[in-house]
Design a protein around this ligand. Structure first.
Ligand SMILES: NC(=O)c1ccc[n+]([C@@H]2O[C@H](COP(=O)([O-])OP(=O)(O)OC[C@H]3O[C@@H](n4cnc5c(N)ncnc54)[C@H](O)[C@@H]3O)[C@@H](O)[C@H]2O)c1
Length: 390
């Protein structure tokens, strides 16, 4: 029998809705999960969105004051799904109040803030989960298994591309993602954090980096009302973009592999090409989130017939079987969040920290700090220790 965990939600936007649905669906897919969510209270600065949470999303109460969520005695754990600019204040307050949290990437606006959040969580001993959802995909886990089992031999190449088109139009509204005060870093934090986390999930720590960044669309129209980061504004008053659109990087892993990472929010063409390929002495794998349920696998042992095989994920590739009974029936993005919800609720209920928590976020932030330094210096930079003391 699952133990009930009182949930507070802070931020009822895209991710707030996805987290809420994931809590509601958790026991359908993971009936053995040790924790069961009770949706207690949701906060949004928009009263309309906060009310929606109490109605459509299933919360018992709503508020426009995020501190009331943390102070609520019925709330044991919080989802932090506001823009990045609030993450530090909310996460540190949650940790100090002894509330466990599931926080969206990139955690802090800047690596330093991620360090402060990680330090607060470690000091208070709360459980944390970070929304690096791509590492939850069955095909990504299978790729990691193939690396770790030695099936691909000695790994010698890695490349990752996290390319989105959400800001490819120069008429894309200047949403919070383009402002330093509200977002912090640009693509380095937004998609770069996912790419770095996935690279380290697959191949272990990155030791040194070189990087170049650029802001290609330097001005965007101010938003004319509520919208998303996909919103297009025709005409409109232009204002400056305050953070980077693109990063290109070469990275050197501690295990001796060299790889490339590229991430952009303005490249015309790919929509959500969150992809990697890695090569070893005996095989290779390639994955692209746009075809999330396929892993392309190459094995030299196939001799003259060797070629990339499209392997469809199925129940043998955990945790696919929690969602679909057979291969070819696709899982989707929101399902990755259900896996996160199960992991988070389970950790709150049984007290065992899961990955990725704030430690893994700190590991990604340490690489991002080095990418920033390299983009400024033009030189190779060592990945330093963003210590848990902040
Ligand atoms: N893991 C992923 O794949 C993924 C995808 C998208 C976004 N994110 C992350 O999720 C977070 C939220 O992004 P989003 O796309 O859901 O944003 P969003 O703009 O859709 O939603 C943010 C919500 O926060 C509310 N808000 C703003 N200030 C507030 C305040 N002071 N108090 C209460 N509510 C406030 C807004 O009204 C809005 O409803 C960001 O950190 C983002 O990086 C992660």
């Amino acid at each position: 029998m699952a133990r009930t965990v009182g949930i507070g939600l802070i931020g009822v936007g895209w991710m707030g809705r996805v987290h809420s649905a994931a809590y509601r669906r958790c026991l359908d897919h993971f009936p053995d999960c040790a924790g069961a969510a009770r949706l207690v209270v949701a906060a949004d600065e928009s009263e309309e969105r906060a009310r929606e949470a109490a109605g459509r999303l299933g919360y018992e109460r709503w508020t426009t004051d995020w501190r009331a969520v943390i102070d609520d005695p019925d709330v044991e754990a919080v989802s932090i799904t506001v823009p990045n600019g609030l993450h530090r204040d909310v996460a540190v307050a949650a940790a100090q109040a002894g509330k466990h949290f599931w926080i969206e990437k990139p955690v802090g606006r800047f690596p330093r803030e991620t360090g402060e959040i990680a330090a607060a969580a470690e000091a208070s001993g709360v459980r944390t989960l970070v929304g690096f959802n791509y590492r939850q995909a069955p095909a990504v886990r299978h790729a990691r298994h193939l690396v770790e089992s030695g099936a691909l031999g000695v790994i010698d190449h890695f490349r990752a591309q996290w390319i989105a088109a959400y800001a490819a139009s120069p008429q894309g509204a200047l949403s919070w993602r383009f402002l330093r005060d509200q977002a912090g870093l640009g693509i380095l934090g937004d998609l770069g954090s996912h790419a770095v986390d996935l690279a380290q999930f697959l191949l272990g720590p990155i030791a040194s980096v070189t990087a170049r960044t650029d802001t290609i669309v330097r001005e965007r129209p101010l938003p004319t009302g509520a919208g998303t980061h996909f919103t297009i504004v025709e005409g409109g008053t232009p204002a400056p973009v305050e953070n980077e659109d693109v990063v290109w990087s070469i990275v050197r892993f501690e295990r001796g592999v060299t790889g490339t990472l590229e991430s952009s929010r303005v490249a015309v063409g790919p929509q959500a090409r969150y992809a990697f390929e890695l090569h070893g002495s005996e095989g290779a794998v390639a994955w692209d989130f746009e075809r999330m349920n396929e892993l392309h696998v190459y094995r030299t042992s196939d001799g003259a017939d060797a070629g990339y095989t499209r392997v469809l994920m199925g129940p043998q590739h955990s945790p696919f079987g929690h969602f679909q009974p057979g291969p070819g029936l696709p899982m989707g993005y929101d399902d990755l969040k259900v896996i996160e919800a199960a992991s988070f609720l389970g950790s709150v209920a049984d007290g065992v920290q899961r990955e990725p928590g704030v430690r893994e976020a700190l590991a990604a932030a340490s690489v991002i700090a080095a990418l920033q330094r390299s983009a400024a210096s033009g030189a190779w930079e060592q990945v330093g220790d963003l210590s848990l003391s902040g």
